[in-house]
Design a protein around this ligand. Structure first.
Ligand code: NAP
Length: 493
């Protein structure tokens, strides 16, 4: 780490002090902080995009869009805090006439404590230093310590400086936000092991996420790790839909598979379908599109190397055949789109066929009949998304399969593609293990804030000393559950 063990202790003591202080602040001050940080990020000049381009190989248009998404995250999470979404405030008023007398009980969500954030390489803005984990932890009232991603250190520093300016301008203690660089994994692990840290937000690989979960569980006081990890995002092709739209679907699928050189955790890397004329037409069209796809630079040399070696590993497994590969030779550091096929029988006997190949690689599982499609689905690991390319009649005829698919994923998509992840209240970006370490929480959208809160009940507490969201007058004007009815009015007036 660029700081010693003693310096880490001092830093985290400041973080803990900041936690105590900011928890005395009204909700409106936290909302103002988030909006100020959004403004600071918005005000960053071309240097931000140029630096991120140089560090990540991502094109300008993509980075400009990602900057907008990052600002939107801060602003929309601020709006959510203002509206009380993450507080889940509820009030059960006293009934002294009941036997025994019922006390006044009121519940809200309070900040969990200081959070360590580990960003991902593939979203230098939206899932890194100033990304969704940092925004949602600050929205929850938690100070944040970011472990900078080594893939884009200068970009991270520019973002960290913007956040720190926002913290200072908003009158928050400096310990509200910290940014550290780690030279080894052990140094990063010391951060998670430190008793001041009460939760971890992580986006990245399965290997990295599971390592952090293990460390967090071994602490004398175990803490939650909200790790969004890899996924192969199965796409189910149904016969009714294929009859009318196979070629068109193949084109759209190829677009989703190769978008951003396949470097999305929502990249649709697995196709599952029954053999037949519809699937043949789909694969023929897909083949044409993949042959035309141009290899493109990946995020960094390590990711490109990882893509090639994981792809070769999967292609080398029993029963796998390459269907198509981009005809233009990939230069060093580039990723070339590749599609392979395997039978349902071979897929069922080899778990390694579910390995995530991070990049533009797809495996098509050709099943002999509907029973085999069902068996293959049962075998699937937990996924962030599952996509159904189907007609209404296909859904009606396959109700049990559809129910099984729902059990396997966090977002189920009908005749659309999974790569884009909308930032909104109804988004769930997470899924059953191993796609994430906790299927109950999302890392995208304002519900992500709830990961960094815990419920606290107040019994018979004086009104003026209650948090604003629980006071009789409802000064925040938020929606609350009062004596089992949802409303945004005052209590006892
Ligand atoms: P990564 O290699 O897991 O690294 C993420 C962060 O965690 C880095 O700061 C890394 O630091 C740190 N880290 C990893 N292993 C660690 C360990 N054992 N101890 C301490 N720190 C550790 O992820 P990445 O660099 O973003 O690589 C891409 C992968 O992320 C792909 O597999 C992709 O599917 C996944 N991903 C998932 C999502 C999602 O939302 N689920 C989003 C984007 C990417 P060092 O680099 O210094 O080790």
């Amino acid at each position: 780490m660029n700081i010693s063990k003693g310096e880490l202790d001092t830093l985290l003591q400041n973080v803990q002090n900041a936690f105590v202080t900011i928890n005395t602040y009204p909700v409106s001050k936290r909302v103002a902080l988030m909006r100020t940080i959004a403004n600071e990020i918005e005000a960053l000049g071309p240097e931000l995009i140029e630096t991120a381009r140089a560090e990540s190989n991502l094109p300008e248009a993509r980075l400009t869009g990602e900057k907008g998404r990052t600002i939107f995250q801060w602003r929309s999470y601020a709006d959510a805090v203002e509206k009380g979404y993450s507080l889940d405030a509820s009030i059960d008023t006293a009934n002294p006439d009941r036997t025994p007398p019922k006390p006044d009980i009121r519940k809200t969500n309070v900040a969990l404590g200081p959070v360590a954030v580990f960003g991902a390489s593939n979203f230098p803005f939206a899932f890194s230093t100033a990304g969704g984990d940092t925004a949602s932890a600050i929205a929850a009232g938690c100070p944040v310590v970011v472990k900078a991603h080594p893939g884009h250190p200068k970009t991270s520093q520019i973002m960290a400086d913007a956040i720190s300016r926002g913290v200072e301008k908003s009158g928050f203690p400096a310990g509200t936000f910290s940014h550290v660089f780690c030279e080894t994994n052990e140094e990063a692990q010391a951060l998670i092991s430190h008793p001041v840290i009460k939760a971890v937000g992580f986006t990245g690989s399965n290997r990295g996420g599971l390592a952090l979960v293990e460390i967090a569980n071994k602490r004398p006081e175990p803490i939650p790790v909200f790790a969004e990890m890899g996924s192969i995002n199965p796409v189910f092709l149904f016969s009714g839909k294929l009859q009318t739209a196979a070629a068109e679907l193949a084109k759209q699928y190829a677009g989703s598979l190769t978008l951003g050189v396949g470097q999305f955790c929502t990249n649709p890397g697995l196709v599952i379908a029954e053999q037949g004329a519809g699937l043949d037409q789909f694969t023929e069209s897909l083949n044409e599109d993949i042959l035309k796809a141009l290899p493109a630079p990946m995020l960094n040399a390590g990711i490109a190397k990882g893509y090639t070696s994981n792809r070769e590993k999967v292609i080398g497994l029993a029963g796998v055949q390459v269907l198509s590969a981009a005809t233009t030779e990939a230069a060093e550091g580039q990723g070339a789109a590749t599609v392979a096929t395997v039978s349902g029988v071979d897929f069922l006997i080899n778990d390694d066929l579910q390995t995530e190949v991070f990049g533009p690689f797809a495996l098509i599982v050709k099943c002999k009949d509907a029973n085999e499609v069902f068996a293959v689905t049962e075998k699937l690991h937990g996924q962030l998304t599952a996509t159904l390319l189907a007609t209404g009649d296909d859904l009606a005829a396959n109700a049990e399969l559809v129910a099984l698919i729902q059990n396997k994923c966090g977002r189920i998509i009908f005749n659309n593609f999974p790569t884009g992840v909308e930032v909104c209240k109804s988004m769930h970006h997470g899924g059953p293990f191993p796609s994430s370490s906790n299927a109950q929480y999302t890392s995208v959208g304002p519900d992500a804030i709830k990961r960094f809160t815990r419920p606290l009940s107040f019994q018979n507490w004086p009104d003026e000393f209650l948090p604003e969201e629980l006071q009789n007058a409802n000064p925040l004007g938020i929606w609350r559950t009062v004596d089992n009815e949802v409303g945004n009015g005052a209590v006892g007036y």
